[in-house]
Design a protein around this ligand. Structure first.
Ligand code: SF4
Length: 512
């Protein structure tokens, strides 16, 4: 094999033609390398649909690169020479091609990036220009700040992107944030659009067969895979959302309903995170929809905030704080993740719905993740590493840079409040207000200490009682502790005892 000039690695979550390391490649002298490796597919038990998405999208991307004239080296999972790891493949192909240069775009996972930095090859690293805020830019913004706040970062990103700004630099509508308008429950009679679905082609069917054979022990359905695997399909999914769901997204983004897994959500996060959609284009389309009058401001602003605010913010925190961030455990939690997180075998209807659809579609929306499965893990004192692994494994859009801060920081408050100023703990009353789950539940949301009382209720107060030393000093928790202190001693005792009993059940491996 003749020596080549440049070997350019493209990872499974970097499938963008705009990737910095793909620019300026020479069709004769350079080569693009894509590798399916066991280590990345199994270091946590990823949902089978997530593995299908990544492998199928990689194979489609490789075909498109070839059609554009690139030389592509594609290593399949069952290639007998496959070393099983990204650094192993990089070393193997650098040796075989005698490439003069090895180019890689910065990773979405500290562990993987470190393993490449440690592999002995002189790698030329490229910034990931798919994000609005670079790692260095975020570090400069965070420097000297005792506590970070997403809201202020978001305003910086609005100014930088000029999205939804008036000519004088003030925010359209007179406020930066319309979140208060975005917390409505789903009224009876309001129907979400039918979800867009994509049928599997030959490549995807081959990958499904491979995944069924090689990852049979991973939890989650695979035969119902219906997700976009090419840029064109992802664009179709996006256009469908703009036409049919964005207008309702603002009002109902926090709503939950039995047997309604998607409601008005775009379901584009996986496509965006692996490079099938472009952040800037998506935001610009949403802004155009607002200016054209087809969607209200609270929907447009809420959507854009999720992307250029929260999504960029958590990535910035991740790269600023890793690897120490992953060890955060301010409450000292050590409880094992209950088995029902992998089976949905629980009498709690909200948990059954959220976990059940996660197993079926590798998807749940942010409030199901934060206020149902996440809230339960927080109240029950699950070890952060265990719940983080679950989120990373179960969701199609979960990559370490986005999953870890969201779970460890926002859901579990395990970073001591670095990411968010208070824990998102809530009793069953929140779930009742935002969903119709409680009506079909074996537990009673109006009860706290009875035998059939909603587990979220006593666990909520138990959480506040057992972590008063950490949380009582938090101003934003003051009202909650006032309510606790107003209770009679007997009521507090009853709540504590029911909480103890539920936690003992979890420790005994029993489902609730
Ligand atoms: Fe969930 Fe409690 Fe409502 Fe049941 S009663 S659905 S456990 S919040």
């Amino acid at each position: 094999m003749n020596a080549i000039r440049r070997l350019c690695l493209v990872l499974g979550d970097q499938l963008s033609f705009d990737l910095a390391c793909l620019q300026g490649l020479d069709a004769e002298r350079d080569r693009v390398l894509l590798v399916e490796v066991m280590e990345e597919a199994s270091h946590v038990p990823h949902h089978p649909q997530k593995i299908v998405l990544i492998f199928s999208a990689m194979r489609h991307f490789a075909e498109e690169l070839r059609q554009q004239g690139f030389q592509v080296q594609y290593v399949t999972l069952d290639d007998p020479q496959n070393t099983g790891s990204v650094p192993g493949e990089l070393q193997r192909w650098q040796a075989q091609t005698r490439a003069e240069e090895v180019h890689v775009t910065e990773c979405g996972d500290w562990r993987l990036e470190q393993s490449m930095k440690d592999c002995g090859l002189p790698i030329e690293w490229h910034a990931d220009s798919r994000f609005l805020c670079s790692r260095d830019e975020f570090a400069a913004w965070a420097k000297d700040k005792k506590q970070l706040r997403m809201e202020f970062f978001y305003r910086e990103m609005r100014r930088k992107s000029r999205l939804l700004l008036n000519d004088d630099g003030t925010p359209v509508g007179g406020a930066w944030n319309f979140d208060a308008d975005n917390r409505k429950a789903l009224p009876k009679g309001v129907k979400a659009p039918y979800p867009a679905r994509f049928s599997a082609d030959t490549i995807t069917r081959e990958v499904i067969a491979l995944v069924k054979e090689r990852f049979a022990s991973h939890y989650g359905a695979v035969d119902n895979f219906d997700y976009p695997v090419t840029h064109a399909e992802a664009q179709e999914l996006w256009a469908y959302f703009l036409d049919y769901a964005l207008a309702g997204f603002g009002d109902y983004q926090d709503a939950m309903a039995s047997n309604e897994p998607f409601l008005f959500h775009a379901r584009i996060s996986a496509a965006l995170n692996i490079g099938l959609l472009d952040l800037r284009q998506v935001c610009s389309d949403v802004e155009s929809a607002y200016w054209s009058g087809s969607v209200p401001l609270n929907a447009a602003e809420g959507f854009i905030r999720q992307l250029i605010g929260w999504r960029e913010y958590v990535r910035g925190v991740y790269w600023l704080k890793m690897p120490e961030y992953a060890n955060g455990n301010v409450f000292g939690n050590s409880r094992a993740l209950p088995e029902f997180y992998w089976t949905a075998d629980t009498k709690m209807n909200c948990m059954r719905q959220a976990i059940g659809q996660s197993l079926e579609f590798a998807y749940a929306h942010h409030i199901q993740r934060l206020m149902v499965t996440g809230n339960f893990a927080l109240l029950a004192g699950i070890a952060p590493s265990e719940i983080c692994e679950w989120y990373l494994a179960i969701y199609m859009d979960a990559f370490d840079w986005v999953e870890l801060p969201n779970t460890l920081g926002m859901v579990m408050h395990a970073d001591g409040g670095y990411l968010g100023s208070k824990p998102y703990c809530a009793s069953g009353q929140y779930i009742k207000r935002m969903s119709n789950y409680c009506g079909d539940c074996a537990y009673k949301v109006t009860e706290s200490t009875a035998d059939n009382a909603c587990p979220f209720n006593s666990l909520y107060w138990h959480f506040l009682m057992r972590h008063g030393d950490v949380l009582r000093g938090n101003q934003r928790m003051g009202m909650l502790y006032k309510n606790l202190d107003r209770m009679t001693e007997a009521k507090q005792q009853a709540l504590w005892q029911r909480g103890q009993m539920l936690l003992a059940k979890l420790d005994a491996g029993e489902a609730l």
